[in-house]
Design a protein around this ligand. Structure first.
Ligand SMILES: Nc1ncnc2c1ncn2[C@@H]1O[C@H](COP(=O)(O)OP(=O)(O)OP(=O)(O)O)[C@@H](O)[C@H]1O
Ligand SMILES: [Mg+2]
Length: 196
């Protein structure tokens, strides 16, 4: 089983959208997937109530500290657990970092998403040095063709790697919340991200 989380304390960067999209892309390839909501807003859990069955995605929620201990029980019989993180930094964040084999930080290519990044990067780096968590991978989301050099330079200063392929702004992403599947080219981008 591989646990991948989408994490950033900044709101609205695409955590839930990309978690749902990644879960559906995996399930469409026959993988057994649990989409785990770790956010009180309940976006992924609510998506699961409405549409999870149709996509063969199991959903659950764990919105408290200690995910690393709970995960084994939650993930039984799954190939993947995709975790949708909260827009905050707390002991819940640490549990998610410790439970994850891979942590993906979506950022929009705009300064406020980057201003918020050092805090999460510092917590992740502390855990990584203690051997209790992975180094996060940043992915640019909602790219609309703007030049990325300044964004990438700022991320690199935090010693964080960035996925080479930005994810475009595309109406198929919000359409996930209406129960539509992602087109194949976008599903492929998310699978490449999970496997980076
Ligand atoms: N690549 C994209 N293209 C177009 N719209 C997107 C894309 N990614 C996310 N969105 C839209 O941006 C909005 C915010 O996304 P989402 O709710 O996934 O962010 P979030 O990080 O989970 O927010 P929160 O911090 O509140 O949990 C949603 O309306 C979503 O549909
Ligand atoms: Mg969310």
């Amino acid at each position: 089983m591989k646990a991948v989380s989408f994490l950033h304390q900044k709101g609205g960067t695409g955590k839930s959208t990309l978690a749902i999209g990644a879960a559906t892309a995996l399930a469409a390839r026959g993988e057994r997937v649990l989409l785990l909501d770790a956010d009180h807003q309940g976006t992924s859990a609510e998506w699961g109530n409405r549409f999870g069955h149709g996509f063969k995605v199991s959903t659950g929620a764990h919105v408290q500290p200690g995910l690393e201990d709970a995960l084994e029980g939650l993930a039984r019989d799954q190939d993947w657990v995709i975790i949708d993180g909260p827009p905050s930094l707390s002991s819940i964040t640490e549990g998610i970092l410790r439970a994850s084999n891979k942590v993906i930080i979506p950022v929009r290519p705009a300064p406020p998403d980057l201003w918020a990044l050092p805090w999460l990067a510092a917590i992740a780096e502390k855990l990584r040095r203690e051997g209790r968590g992975p180094r996060p991978l940043v992915v640019v989301n909602m790219h609309q063709g703007e030049p990325l050099e300044p964004v990438l330079a700022e991320i690199a200063e935090l010693q964080l790697p960035t996925h080479p392929q930005p994810l475009p702004a595309h109406p198929a992403f919000p359409a996930l919340f209406e129960g539509h599947a992602l087109p194949e080219h976008l599903a492929k981008l998310l699978l490449d991200l999970l496997l980076d």
